[in-house]
Design a binder for this molecule. Structure first.
Ligand code: ARG
Length: 483
């Protein structure tokens, strides 16, 4: 396309076309108003391509220098907001190339040698996503550190652990929070894996079949840091696949969806814990809103929205996976629809991780060097709730097993004891020894050690258990891992 033709694009694509696109079709097919955010990746990809074209003798050293000069100016224009994005030029690629040609003439027109927008866009999206994954990884580390900080304050804080949202067994609040640290650490692992497959170079696939020019694709990959852990260049090995598959975007969105599901579960718990019926925690006022009619209300809008936004991200996963399913090889314009869901997934996930890190762990106060304004925990309310639902019944059964009773018999015996306690409206630990002994004669005074919440907690001292000693060991492991 000559400079002249670029300018004439508002009329028709080329001499081949007998009429211009209608305004509606232009608007329908254009992507520049969302894909312009790929501009940095687009310029980086073009510079690497131009450098290689120069090194291979496909373009002259002067042309390469002109391209670099032009791109430097374009970069400055985009950063300052002076760059004029044109709908007529359809997408980020044509906008930048047209401006380059305006600035440096024929050298700009030579940039597209051995390249198509098909391999160009696939490269841009991959480059952009890799840099976003790196940012998300940092945010996941921050969130995990926030959770570990709060967990450390609450190793000995007891709350009821639930199954079926019924009081089950006492657990350490620190242990409970560390469950989320495990989830987020797996999210980070998943993203690292997605990153590996995303960080591969499609450029050089050209439109679909490769190109007749003697390109050095590995050189381009190295310049763009598309390398494996050992620094070896990573290049898509099949041109048809390189330009067409968006599985990396689908995988990313799947990993993001799982991460959002973890956030959503945490949100649900925060919402339950801060309801008046539980009263376990408070979140700082800046994360809540009032009601326009009920003056007493403080609503957990942030966790509720995060729970809601999870649906939105999962929706993007459905969108992307469906986008791919009917496409024949190789590139189809359908793929232009990969961007908005992908961009929105990244934006939503990043904002959510940031806000959760601060909402749970607080904000660093530079004056004190400490984090302030995270969740406030009410250990008394938590412990009272744990002492309500016969949370140590399993411990009594385990006690009887140690006395020689088969577990199933012990289970039945304890059911009778719980029934008796219920009829006296008291806890198991409040039943007199004589009453307990009426259920099983082997019961002695030491039974009260295991009927207390703390005794129950301390007893679960196996790897991964809730005993404070285990929780402290996990905190040390996480600190070592997270740095
Ligand atoms: N804007 C397009 C996209 O996002 C770039 C590739 C266009 N290629 C083509 N042959 N029309 O996918």
């Amino acid at each position: 396309m000559t400079q002249n033709q670029f300018e004439k694009k508002s009329e028709a694509w080329s001499a081949l076309f007998s009429e211009p696109m209608s305004d509606l079709v232009k608007r329908y097919t254009a992507s520049v108003f969302f894909d312009k955010r790929l501009w940095q990746a687009d310029i980086a990809g073009s510079l690497a391509h131009a450098e290689m074209l120069g090194a291979q003798g496909i373009i002259s050293a002067e042309d390469r220098a002109s391209i670099e000069r032009g791109m430097a100016q374009i970069k400055a224009e985009i950063q300052s907001g002076a760059f004029e994005w044109k709908l007529d030029l359809e997408d980020v690629h044509l906008n930048i190339e047209a401006r380059l040609t305006q600035l440096v003439g024929d050298a700009g027109k030579r940039l597209h040698t051995g390249r198509s927008r098909n391999d160009q866009v696939a490269t841009d999206v991959r480059l952009w996503l890799v840099s976003e994954i790196d940012l998300i990884d940092g945010l996941l580390t921050d969130l995990q550190k926030s959770l570990v900080d709060v967990a450390e304050l609450h190793v000995d804080t007891i709350l009821p652990g639930f199954t079926h949202l019924q009081v089950a067994q006492p657990v350490s609040f620190g242990h409970h929070l560390l469950a989320y640290v495990e989830m987020f650490s797996r999210d980070a692992e998943r993203l690292a894996d997605v990153r590996r497959r995303t960080n591969r170079l499609p450029l050089g696939s050209a439109a679909l079949a490769g190109t007749t020019y003697p390109l050095d694709r590995e050189r381009v990959a190295l310049r763009l840091s598309m390398v494996d852990a050992l620094g070896h260049p990573q290049v898509c090995q099949n041109s048809l696949d390189g330009v067409s598959d968006r599985d990396f975007a689908i995988e990313f969105t799947a990993a993001a969806s799982i991460c959002m599901v973890h956030i959503s579960r945490l949100s649900e718990e925060l919402i339950i814990w801060m309801s008046q019926n539980f009263g376990f925690i408070k979140i700082a006022d800046r994360f809540t809103t009032g009601s326009s009619i009920m003056p007493q209300k403080k609503n957990p809008d942030v966790p509720e929205l995060a729970r809601g936004k999870t649906g939105r991200v999962v929706g993007h996963l459905m969108g992307l996976i469906t986008l791919m399913k009917g496409q024949p090889l190789a590139y189809n314009k359908d793929n232009q629809e990969d961007k908005e869901p992908l961009f929105d997934t990244v934006d939503t996930l990043k904002d959510t991780l940031r806000i959760f890190s601060e909402m749970v762990g607080g904000q660093l106060n530079p004056a004190t060097g400490k984090k302030e304004g995270g969740i406030t925990v009410n250990p008394i309310a938590m412990e009272q709730a744990a002492s309500k639902g016969y949370a140590t019944a399993t411990d009594l059964a385990d006690y009887l097993v140690k006395k020689g009773l088969p577990f199933r018999d012990a289970h039945e015996t304890v059911a009778h004891a719980v029934k008796a306690a219920q009829s006296h409206a008291c806890d198991l630990s409040e039943l007199p020894l004589a009453v307990l002994q009426s259920f099983n004669a082997t019961i002695e005074k030491d039974v009260y050690d295991c009927l207390s919440l703390r005794g129950s907690l301390n007893a679960r001292n196996t790897l991964g258990g809730t005993a404070p000693a285990q929780v402290l060991a996990q905190i040390a492991r996480h600190r070592g891992r997270l740095g």
